[in-house]
Design a protein around this ligand. Structure first.
Ligand SMILES: CC(C)(COP(=O)(O)OP(=O)(O)OC[C@H]1O[C@@H](n2cnc3c(N)ncnc32)[C@H](O)[C@@H]1OP(=O)(O)O)[C@@H](O)C(=O)NCCC(=O)NCCS
Length: 181
């Protein structure tokens, strides 16, 4: 499967709205920045990827075709409303990948997070990974709920591991999903 093959046909959400799920493209920089800037304050505080930072957006978009990354967006009327990625980790962790998932505030609880999380698992299989992890601060209860529902399990907690983009310090949860033994 190539990055291009992660394209899904139009997906209908619980409330009847439709989105297109497709790989991130080189031309998505402005749309991804708009998406990031519109995320709620809590996401900005707690997400590892700082979607408010144009340098982060440039780094993601520049990696649109990177061999060990898969990045997928959900698009509605030309706007990005959801983002997910999985990346093969380097060195002795190279059998594993880490993942990120974020849905625009007005698009949550409609099944879109689940649809994009499924692309993470498909992409991880495509990359030949044995395992995927998702890291999140303890306060991200929605993130924990969706990944646990998909079968991820908490594998560890690192106390005080995260300094958020404000001034807070948080425990980091590491959730893992094994694709093969
Ligand atoms: C976590 C997140 C991706 C969920 O996206 P979503 O589109 O709302 O997810 P879905 O609609 O597919 O929800 C799937 C299930 O997850 C659980 N869930 C999602 N949001 C929840 C919440 N706020 N509280 C409790 N459970 C929640 C529910 O079991 C839900 O199923 P249900 O709606 O049938 O009850 C979204 O809230 C988000 O982007 N949060 C900020 C970023 C983040 O925490 N990312 C995860 C760490 S990388």
């Amino acid at each position: 499967m190539t990055n291009q093959e992660l394209v899904a046909p139009m997906t209908t959400l619980r409330d009847g709205r439709t989105v297109t799920i497709r790989p991130l493209e080189e031309s998505d920089r402005a749309a991804l920045l708009d998406f990031g800037m519109a995320l709620p304050e809590d996401d900005w505080l707690y997400l590892e990827l700082d979607f408010h930072d144009p340098n982060t957006i440039t780094r993601l978009v520049n990696a649109y075709a990177a061999m060990n990354w898969r990045q997928v967006v959900a698009v509605a009327d030309g706007a990005i409303v959801g983002y997910s990625n999985v990346r093969r980790l380097p060195g002795w962790k190279s059998h594993a990948g880490d993942s990120h998932l974020v849905i625009g505030e007005g698009w949550r609880r409609q099944g879109l997070g689940t649809a994009l999380a499924e692309t993470i698992l498909a992409a991880a299989r495509d990359l030949g990974l044995e395992k995927v992890i998702a890291e999140m601060v303890e306060e991200q209860t929605a993130g924990r709920a969706i990944f646990e529902r998909l079968g991820f399990q908490i594998e560890g907690t690192l106390a005080g591991q995260v300094h958020d983009h404000g001034d807070g310090c948080h425990n980091l949860l590491i959730l893992g999903y094994r694709l093969r033994p």
